[in-house]
Structure formats: C-alpha cells, structure tokens
Design a protein around this ligand. Structure first.
Ligand SMILES: *[C@@H]1O[C@H](CO)[C@@H](O)[C@H](O)[C@H]1NC(C)=O
Ligand SMILES: *[C@@H]1O[C@H](CO)[C@@H](O)[C@H](O)[C@H]1NC(C)=O
Ligand SMILES: *[C@@H]1O[C@H](CO)[C@@H](O)[C@H](O)[C@H]1NC(C)=O
Ligand SMILES: *[C@@H]1O[C@H](CO)[C@@H](O)[C@H](O)[C@H]1NC(C)=O
Ligand SMILES: *[C@@H]1O[C@H](CO)[C@@H](O)[C@H](O)[C@H]1NC(C)=O
Ligand SMILES: *[C@@H]1O[C@H](CO)[C@@H](O)[C@H](O)[C@H]1NC(C)=O
Ligand SMILES: *[C@@H]1O[C@H](CO)[C@@H](O)[C@H](O)[C@H]1NC(C)=O
Ligand SMILES: *[C@@H]1O[C@H](CO)[C@@H](O)[C@H](O)[C@H]1NC(C)=O
Ligand SMILES: *[C@@H]1O[C@H](CO)[C@@H](O)[C@H](O)[C@H]1NC(C)=O
Length: 509
C-alpha cells in the first residue's frame, strides 16, 4: 500500500569512504552531526552521502547508538533562491530514500525543477532500511513461501510457526535494531537530522508511508515545522477492520477501473473482452497449478533473475497486481502503466508469470525484501490469534473485494506479523489533538482512485490535522508527486512559497 518502490537501480552506491562522526554533549543536550562526503569515487554532480549516529532506543539517548545513511542533492539554484533543506521519504515501509536522491543526481527526475532549485534535498534511509543499520533475516526461511490465506487449522498453525521462526531469525541476525524500527523512532531520527542540518525548521516531503513518518513527526514536534507535504496518505488508525476494508476496497476499485479501461482501450491486450473474468480465471488456474516464472530462475538472462520465485500462485497474482496499478500512464521509473499490466497479464496467461512473481531473497547477496515487514510488525495491530479470527478477515476480503479477496499490504501485516517476536511499540492511534493544534498548515494530496493509500485514509487523516488542507486529484494511481501535473505544482507552490490552495481544491492531473 505504501510503496513508491522502484525495482531497478539506476545508480548504485559503491564503497563509500568511511565517515567520522562527532557527538558533542553540551550542557546535557546531545547535538547531532552529519559528516558529509562523496558517495563514490565518481559521483554525479551535487550528490553527497553522509552518516549520523542516533540512539538505538530514544528512551535511552545515551545508550547504544546506531548509524543512519543519508544522501543529499544540493540545491541547483542560486544561493539567494535557496529556501532550505527538504527531507524526503518515498514510502514502503522499507524503501530506501537514499536511492531517490541518487536517481535525481544521476538525471532521472524524481523532484520537480522548483523543488530541486530551491532546496537541498535530504534522503535519509529510515532505520533498519537500506544503508541505515539494515535489518537482516534468514533468506532461506524467507524463501520457504507460506500462504497467507490458510484453509485449515493446520495451515494456520503452520503459518504462525513460520512467522515465528522467520522473525526470530531477523532478531538473531539484526540484534537490538529489530525491536526499534517503528515509525515513532524514525520520526525522532528525523528530528535529529533536522537539528544536525542546522538549517531552520523542518521541510518535509513524504510519499505513501512517508506521510505516516511526517504525521508522527508533527505529533511530536508540531512547532518545529515550516512546511509538510504529504502525498498518498496513510492513516495509522486503530481498527484493523477499517484499515483492511479501506485498503482492500480501494485496490479492488482501481482494479475494476483497469478492467473497464482495458476493455475500452484499443491498445490494451484484452480490448473488447471481459477482463474481470479473464483475471478471475487466471487466478483460479494459478491456484490450481502455479504458473512458471522463467525470468526469475537464477540462470535467466533477466534483471529479475534470482530475485523472485520461479512459479506464481493465484494468491501471488492477487497481491502483486496492486503495485502494477501505481501509475496509469507509466512514469519515468520502471514498472510500467496500465498498458504494461495488460501485457503482463497476457504473458502470464501464456505461461510466463515472471512480472507477477513475489520477491525472493537473493541468497548470495544481502537482501532487503523483509525490511518493510520488520517495520510493519511494530506499527500495525495484528490481534488475530486463532484460525477462526483469520477466516473472518478472509470473509471480509471476499465480501468487499471479490477479485483480490483482501490481498493487500494491510492484510499482509495482519497475518504475517502473527507470532512475530516483538510487540507493537507504535500502536495505531488518532493523532494527539493537543499537539496537532500547534502545527502550521499541512498539505495533503491524494487521488480519489488510489490503489494503495485509500482516499478514505486521506479524508480520515485530514480530520486529525486541524490545519490540514486536502487537495483531491480526480484520477488514478498512487501518489501524485512524480506525475508533474497540477497536483505537483500545488506541492511546489506550498513547499517553496508557502502558498496553500483553498479547502476542497480539486485538480485533474
Ligand atoms: C552551557 O551552559 C553554560 C553555563 O550555563 C553557558 O554559559 C553556555 O553558553 C552553555 N552552552 C551552550 C552551548 O548552550
Ligand atoms: C569528492 O570528489 C571530488 C571530485 O571527484 C574530489 O575533488 C573531492 O576531493 C572528493 N572529496 C572527498 C571528501 O573525498
Ligand atoms: C489508451 O491507452 C493509451 C496508453 O495508456 C493512451 O495513450 C490512450 O490515450 C488511451 N486511449 C483512450 C481512448 O483512452
Ligand atoms: C497476447 O499474447 C498473444 C500470445 O502470445 C500474442 O500473440 C499477443 O500479441 C499478445 N497481445 C499483446 C497485446 O501483448
Ligand atoms: C515450482 O518451481 C520449482 C523450481 O523451478 C519446481 O521445482 C517446482 O516443481 C515448481 N512447482 C510447481 C507446483 O510448479
Ligand atoms: C518472461 O517474461 C519476462 C518479463 O516479464 C521476460 O524478461 C522473460 O524473457 C520472459 N521469459 C521467457 C522464457 O519468455
Ligand atoms: C552483507 O552485509 C554485511 C554487514 O553489513 C557485510 O559484512 C557483508 O559483506 C555483506 N555481504 C554481501 C554479500 O554483500
Ligand atoms: C499530546 O501533545 C501535548 C502537546 O504537545 C503533550 O503535552 C501531551 O503530552 C501529548 N499527549 C500524549 C498522550 O502524548
Ligand atoms: C513562488 O512565487 C513566485 C512569486 O509569486 C512565483 O513567481 C513562483 O512561480 C512561485 N513558485 C512556485 C514553485 O510556485
């Protein structure tokens, strides 16, 4: 739900120089410092990398410290036009932010001309993710794929046993950070980074899960914000049923819109056909006999080789099509648009399900596929303990989402986190209203047909932020930032000039 994920790395940070770190303790106050240096020996212009040390456990500021990795693209405009530093998070949880500054510096535009002119863009990997004291787990256990839709008591017990064993491997291999990658800790880290930047109040740009980091920062430090733009909004609200309903139904709604579009649009692979029926038949067929994904085999000559499972079930398809709905018309990034999804479904129908295969841990390399799960299990309620309770959720999914049957990131947390060897330390909650009243105007942007972060979540978040202005993009897809349309222009005007649109403002692109 909260991904804004890119699958192909355009630019990879190699062996960074070793960074020194200075911590000054002045009058009992810890001052944070970032030591900036080059990322590689041949960086693109304007790109720097840095590291900062922060407490592992924010309730023990003088205890064990962990290291966070940050990349930065310096403002391209004149020094007189520079507004400040803008901290960015792309979502996930589990997406490394550092890659996005690297894309930008390497010439793939993530950020608009206005943003890159006026701000130093700061891309810190959240703790546990990417270059920030990353969570490690046993890849062999990850690669023992387990259904999240158990059909019997025994299958349910097997799933929980597997969750426990896998989570335990993460705890064993990661140590203390395993229990401290929750979003409250991430928000505290962002404050440390803001202090270290020594560049005034916070400017924040969060997409998808990055909106949750922003909202939780605002709850902690409402008075330290200059501007906060939240694009594709996550609502960290308490009820598991509400969260699941909102995400499953918005995914299903967007898939229905894809079916309709594909039927109507002459370029789509299934033009003129009953696309919903084709999808349902494909899922049923793959559930009966998994469809091969030859491009995932270690021997394949593809970018996907060794990174996904060599065969694909109907459950995989139900989970993985969600990401293919992110951009209706594609984007500058890999992943394609709806046209591509038509091609992919056609390929799958013809026996090659590579593009819809689930992520596998690459045995030879340090993998990152589980980092988002480790965050999710500390943040999201997962109260199910019995098979019967799980069946209720399956029944809910089938009722509100007949094609995808509830498969979604929320459902994943509500099942895969059962038995996880760490407690929820950042429970879902309504944002502290005393604190939120102190925040300056906060900009929310959401499309009304977002396959991941439901418009319902954006509306509910808006009710928790008295100063919020929610801009509705009348259209499809997850997030608006990289579309470069009217919504992006509103974000630019707000971040650069502080210009707020009217309440109820609707844009078409
Ligand atoms: C630390 O405290 C001393 C004495 O109260 C004061 O003179 C000094 O300015 C303080 N230093 C900082 C950095 O706040
Ligand atoms: C960073 O790279 C530039 C250009 O290659 C070089 O001049 C500079 O010395 C490097 N800085 C550090 C700290 O390595
Ligand atoms: C069909 O889809 C293509 C690709 O997304 C798009 O460029 C075109 O405008 C669509 N045509 C119609 C009639 O919607
Ligand atoms: C769908 O698959 C068939 C069989 O491989 C192929 O002939 C056709 O060109 C494909 N259609 C599209 C739009 O990719
Ligand atoms: C899944 O893929 C593996 C590896 O290619 C293969 O050995 C196995 O038979 C496949 N299973 C099914 C059910 O197709
Ligand atoms: C299967 O599809 C993937 C892309 O979806 C492609 O890279 C690969 O070459 C295909 N493999 C075969 C054997 O057709
Ligand atoms: C994986 O990460 C560990 C710890 O950062 C490092 O020591 C090891 O060399 C890495 N292994 C690979 C294959 O990159
Ligand atoms: C809510 O925010 C206020 C103002 O920042 C703070 O004083 C209070 O402790 C917070 N309440 C909780 C439960 O965190
Ligand atoms: C900021 O305001 C100035 C002056 O009105 C305007 O020219 C500029 O386009 C605005 N910048 C953005 C990013 O909207």
């Amino acid at each position: 739900m909260r991904t804004f994920a890119l699958t192909t790395l355009l630019f990879v940070v190699g062996n960074a120089a070793s960074f020194s770190y200075n911590k000054d303790v002045l009058n009992g106050t810890t001052l944070f410092q970032i030591q900036w240096s080059n990322c590689t020996t041949n960086d693109p212009p304007n790109l720097d990398c840095g590291q900062i040390q922060v407490p592992l456990d924010w309730s023990q500021p003088d205890g064990e410290q962990i290291t966070l990795g940050i990349s930065r693209v310096k403002a391209t405009g004149s020094s007189s036009s520079r507004v400040g530093s803008l901290i960015f998070n792309p979502g996930g949880p589990g997406s490394p932010a550092t890659e996005f500054c690297e894309y930008q510096a390497a010439g793939t535009p993530v950020f608009s001309k206005a943003i890159s002119e006026h701000f130093d863009i700061i891309c810190p990997d959240p703790r546990g993710v990417g270059t920030s004291s990353p969570i490690s787990c046993d890849p062999g256990l990850w690669n023992q794929k387990q259904s999240l839709f158990p059909q019997s008591e025994a299958e349910f017990a097997e799933m929980v046993k597997h969750n426990k064993a896998f989570g335990q491997s993460c705890l064993d291999l990661s140590g203390g950070v395993f229990s401290h990658v929750d979003t409250t800790s991430v928000a505290e880290d962002m404050e440390a980074i803001r202090i270290a930047l020594n560049d005034g109040k916070l400017n924040w740009l969060g997409v998808s899960y990055g909106t949750q980091i922003g909202a939780q920062y605002a709850e902690l430090y409402p008075k330290n914000i200059r501007a906060m733009a939240l694009d594709g909004n996550t609502d960290h609200s308490p009820s598991e049923v509400y969260i699941l309903t909102a995400e499953s139904s918005t995914y299903e709604n967007e898939l229905d819109r894809f079916f309709e579009w594909c039927n109507q649009n002459q370029s789509c692979a299934f033009h003129g056909q009953n696309v919903a029926q084709i999808f349902d038949d494909l899922v049923a067929k793959a559930d009966k006999t998994p469809i091969p994904a030859p491009g995932c085999l270690p021997t394949a000559d593809t970018a996907a080789a060794s990174t996904c499972f060599p065969n694909v079930t109907g459950e995989d398809i139900r989970f993985n099509v969600q990401g293919s709905l992110t951009y209706k018309y594609g984007s500058a990034f890999p992943g394609g648009g709806w046209l591509e999804l038509g091609i992919v479904l056609n390929e799958t129908l013809n026996g090659n399900a590579t593009a819809l295969s689930s992520a596998m841990a690459n045995m030879g390399k340090n993998s990152t596929v589980w980092q988002g799960l480790a965050v999710g299990c500390l943040d999201w309620a997962h109260s199910t303990t019995t098979f019967a309770q799980n069946v209720y959720k399956q029944q809910l999914g089938s009722a509100i989402a007949p094609h995808t049957k509830g498969a979604s990131q929320s459902y994943r947390y509500q099942t895969r986190c059962i038995g996880w060897p760490a407690t929820v330390v950042n429970p879902p909650h309504v944002l502290n209203q005393t604190a939120m009243k102190l925040a300056p105007p906060i900009l929310l942007v959401n499309s009304n047909h977002d396959p991941e972060t439901s418009y319902v979540w954006a509306q509910n978040l808006q009710t928790q932020i008295p100063s919020a202005v929610l801009v509705t993009r009348n259209g499809d897809g997850h997030g608006s930032l990289v579309l470069g349309g009217q919504a992006s222009a509103v974000i630019d005007g707000y971040l650069v000039n502080g210009t707020l649109p009217a309440q109820d403002f609707v844009v078409q692109s």
